[in-house]
Design a binder for this molecule. Structure first.
Ligand code: ZN
Length: 393
């Protein structure tokens, strides 16, 4: 089944009717199997927050949902519900590896991610690499031969993580930035192979600020103080890391780069626009940063998305990590509910109309905004076509 774009208003084809029946049967079985859990879950208070009666925009209209690619997902533990759930959104994820600086964590995560990809080859896979060993001879050649194997196994993109610029140091004690010339052979190789990069370089500007209530990332930095640069004066500044990213983009105009998390510029769509104008090889995706957009004026964000409709991709940062067998029933239900809740929230924000309390997560804080009412032609680019182009579908 080619993953071509399907307009949600068009009639479903026979493929979807047949698989739809199977899906309903399988889903009914799953629901029956876990039926006893629902009163428990309710008692535990894990029902989704309601968003108020004033909001008219809820889910996608009936019929086949618009085709979607999540360009930033981390499903590295299989779930009974995974395919049914993602199919119900007509969504295929890019399963993104992250080359953590701790190689044992990296390899464990990668093994889970690869198992999911092997089981669901209809999904897409994104490899990764880090700067460990950058001083050693043959570093770039070794990375390239590993990436070639990953490409042979289906990798369609390569991710670089924020440990460039914030964690990795070379033998001289200097931070290794993304524009380090020792990495250049790797970029040349990716250009030759026509493989784009998903680049999570830097952090939101708020990482360099104290954790006040209006810091939308306060919870994350409470849980991950090692990345809260405000308390780590040794970490290079936000500007230094951004500048390294800009140097890298300028030096590699043939390299397609998707700036994850809005290119770490989520606080200001004007700044994102400047960088997109400056670097024609640069794209952005809002994984885990929709809330930052929702805090800005809706008209301004809408105009930005319409103007850069060919450069903005849908990404969520949603994923799974704990093996299903180790999860308690409430945790399991809550995880599933959280994924559905966020994908609905994104849809309502991008396509809906009228007031909306944008919740950053199932239990997270919210920002009052409104649905952006993006036209169908823009939604289909953001949700599918732009990613399909980069993934060469
Ligand atoms: Zn991520």
């Amino acid at each position: 089944m080619p993953p071509e774009h399907k307009c949600r208003r068009k009639q479903v084809d026979r493929y979807f009717v047949v698989t739809g029946e199977k899906r309903i049967l399988r889903y009914t079985y799953t629901v029956m199997k876990h039926l006893w859990l629902f009163p428990l879950c309710w008692l535990m208070g894990c029902q989704a927050p309601t968003t108020g009666q004033e909001e008219s925009n809820t889910q996608e209209p009936p019929g086949t949902p618009i085709a979607k690619i999540d360009i930033h997902a981390h499903y590295r533990a299989d779930r009974d519900y995974l395919v049914e759930l993602l199919d119900s959104f007509n969504l295929k994820p890019l399963l993104v590896d992250v080359a953590r600086q701790d190689s044992s964590i990296w390899m464990e995560n990668l093994s889970g991610l690869k198992q999911v990809y092997q089981k669901y080859p209809q999904y897409f896979y994104c490899a990764s690499f880090g700067a460990a060993g950058i001083d050693q001879p043959g570093f770039a050649d070794n990375v390239i031969s590993r990436l070639q194997e990953e490409i042979d196994q289906g990798a369609r993109m390569v991710k670089v993580w924020k440990n460039f610029g914030m964690i990795f140091k070379d033998q001289s004690g200097a931070y290794v930035h993304i524009d380090d010339e020792r990495l250049q052979p790797i970029w040349d190789f990716l250009v030759e192979k026509n493989i784009p990069v998903l680049s999570h370089i830097g952090e939101p500007l708020q990482a360099w600020r104290p954790l006040e209530d209006d810091n939308p990332h306060a919870n994350y930095y409470r849980n991950h103080p090692e990345y809260h640069a405000y308390h780590h004066p040794e970490i290079p500044s936000w500007d230094t890391i951004q500048q390294a990213r800009n140097n890298w983009l300028a030096r590699n105009p043939q390299l397609m780069v998707v700036g994850a998390h809005n290119g770490s510029m989520s606080h200001d769509v004007d700044l994102m626009a400047q960088r997109l104008d400056e670097f024609p090889n640069f794209y952005v995706e809002p994984a885990a940063r929709f809330g930052d957009l929702a805090r800005q004026e809706a008209d301004k964000v809408r105009a930005f998305l319409i103007k850069y409709q060919d450069r903005f991709l849908y990404g969520t940062d949603l994923g799974t990590s704990t093996p299903q067998s180790e999860m308690d029933p409430v945790e399991f239900l809550r995880e599933r509910q959280g994924i559905v809740y966020m994908m609905d929230m994104h849809w309502r924000y991008l396509s809906g109309k009228g007031p909306l309390d944008f919740h950053r997560s199932l239990q997270g804080n919210s920002y009052p905004t409104r649905g952006l009412e993006l036209p169908d032609s823009v939604l289909s680019k953001i949700y599918y076509k732009n990613a399909a182009k980069l993934l060469k579908l």
